[in-house]
Each structure stands twice: as C-alpha cells, then as structure tokens.
Design a protein around this ligand. Structure first.
Ligand SMILES: Nc1ncnc2c1ncn2[C@@H]1O[C@H](COP(=O)(O)OP(=O)(O)O)[C@@H](O)[C@H]1O
Ligand SMILES: [Mg+2]
Length: 291
C-alpha cells in the first residue's frame, strides 16, 4: 500500500537526516517508528507526504509515485494521508467543529475562504467522528478551552474526515500524561482496525509503542536498523537503535502488564472527569477499571 524506496534527505544545512530508507506498509497495518531524537523520524513522515522534499528516492502510495506528483495530483495524494501532529495544530480561536471541518480541505490555510460552506453530508460525518472520538457535545467549544487529550482527539477527527488510507502521526502523545497517552494510542489503533487504515506513528516512548503496536521500525541516524515484531525487540536490539542503556525492563510483556495494572487504578482522567468522554475508549477504560 505504501512503499518507501531508498529515500534520502539532505537538508540545505548539510544535515543528512535520511540515508536511504526502505520500508513497506500494508493496508490496515499500524507501525510504530521509534528511534532517538534526531534519528530522522519526523523527516521521514514529512518526506512521505512531501511537506519535506526528499533529496532522492521514491514514495509510492497505492502504486502511485507520490514523489512525481505536482499541483492537484499532489493535493489529492495528500488527502489520502491524514497527518496528526504532536502539537495538535488546532486553530485556537475556532470551535472544535470548525477545526474538524478544516481538515476536509487538507490544510489549514483553506478554511478562511471555505468555512461554513460545507455540504450537509460532510457536517454529518464530522458530528459522527466527534462522537466516535469521545467529543460529542463539544462541537461549539473553542479549541483553546480544551485539554491536551481533547485537542488530540480533535486532531484525530480532523485527519479522519478526509477519509485517508494512511495516518502519518508525529509524536502524538509527547505532551500528554501517561494515562491520556494510553487512551489516545488505544483510540488511534482501534480506529485503524475499524477502518482498515494504515498508520505510521512516530514515538520516542518505547514502552507505549510496545503496548499498542505489533510492528516496530527502529530508525538510527537516518537508516532503518530494526523492522520486526514488538515481541522480537530484545534489549540488544533496542541498544542497536538507541545506544547503551539498560533496556531489560522494557519488553513487550512487561509493558503490557504495566498497562493492565495501571489502567485498573481508575486514576484521575481529564476526559472522564466531567463525564464527557463517551467513546468506546472510555468504556474500555471503565471496563478495565471494573475488573
Ligand atoms: N528543517 C531542517 N533543517 C535542517 N536540518 C534539519 C531540519 N529538520 C531536521 N533537521 C535535522 O535532521 C535530522 C533528523 O531530524 P528529525 O527528522 O527531526 O529527527 P527526529 O524526528 O527523529 O527527532 C537532525 O539532525 C536534525 O537536526
Ligand atoms: Mg521528530
């Protein structure tokens, strides 16, 4: 479905961010891209949708060479790649609904001219998506009144409104507390399963990746140094990706046990505190808390 072939990126500053990356992602497959800061994770997902122009190599989406597209063709290809950012990239003064609808246009600069001129069908889809991500009733709230987890839910709904084939996600939980991070990861992986949607999720939090994502790609200095299952990611392999550190506490089995124990604590949670989160995520959390 997605193929990255020998992608190289050298920034004008001379930094070689990617040094020949090869990878393939099937329809419906979720991949966690891990690696130390500066490994090239953000550059790679930006090269895939060409927010960053690769220096060399090809990106194929559904057989189409994205690296050869321009203008309308490139915009169409980008709409098939939903982007979710770490900093949530919402327009603060706009409402939740307006932010979600702006995703229909692909990129934020469009909303100015086109806002409030969306077909009823699109608006209905946006309502349904907001309900699915646990934000029913939040449509008219301003983005700047939301918590971090709620903002990320808006980002997810916005990305999904364009009905992408793949999600490109850059550090989705970097600014969230641990429990909210798990809820967001669970929501994203559930949505991918429901929609047979592929995803590449950049993350620096290895235990969180191991909890939710069965396939891990490790990037180091712009090269893929691991591509395999979370179960096979041994401390030795983590050392290859990150360098020396004690990884013996970071295995998939341990991560899962920690998640189960943690989620059972019924810890304070920003979304549920006001009874607002009604998605399956919240139900899931509640169920886990009750058993
Ligand atoms: N806009 C840029 N201009 C020049 N160098 C950059 C730019 N963005 C990233 N780099 C460099 O490319 C390398 C990879 O960065 P990045 O893709 O942000 O890694 P990661 O997301 O894994 O932390 C780093 O050496 C970084 O300094
Ligand atoms: Mg990054």
């Amino acid at each position: 479905m997605l193929k990255v072939e020998n992608v190289v990126k050298r920034y004008p500053t001379g930094d070689l961010a990617l040094n020949g990356v090869w990878l393939e992602v099937e329809q419906g497959q979720v991949v966690a891209l891990i690696g130390p800061s500066g490994a090239g994770k953000s550059t790679l997902i930006r090269c895939i949708n060409r927010l960053v122009e690769p220096t060399r190599g090809r990106v194929l989406l559904g057989g189409e060479d994205v690296t050869a597209l321009h203008g309308a063709g490139l915009r169409r290809a980008r709409r098939r790649m939903g982007m979710i950012f770490q900093e949530f990239a919402l327009v603060e003064r706009l409402t939740v609904m307006e932010n979600v609808l702006s995703g229909q246009l692909g990129y934020v600069s469009f909303w100015r001219s086109a806002l409030r001129r969306f077909p009823a069908r699109v608006v209905a889809q946006a309502f349904a998506l907001l309900e699915r991500v646990g934000l029913a009733g939040f449509e008219d709230k301003r983005a700047d009144a939301l918590s971090g987890g709620q903002r990320q839910r808006v980002g997810i709904a916005r990305a999904l409104l364009q009905d992408p084939r793949i999600l490109l996600v850059d550090e989705p939980t970097a600014s969230l507390d641990p429990k909210t991070s798990r809820q967001i990861m669970r929501l994203m992986t559930e949505l991918c399963a429901e929609r047979r949607l592929a995803a590449i999720i950049n993350m620096h939090d290895v235990p969180l990746a191991l909890m939710f994502v069965p396939r891990i790609i490790g990037l180091r200095a712009g090269v893929v140094v691991y591509d395999g299952s979370a179960d096979d990611l041994t401390p030795e392999r983590l050392t290859e990706i990150y360098g020396e550190e004690d990884w013996t506490v970071t295995t998939r089995a341990k991560a899962r046990r920690a998640a189960a124990a943690d989620d059972g604590e019924g810890a304070e949670d920003e979304g549920e505190a006001d009874g607002a989160v009604r998605s399956s995520v919240a139900q899931d959390e509640a169920r886990m808390g009750g058993t």
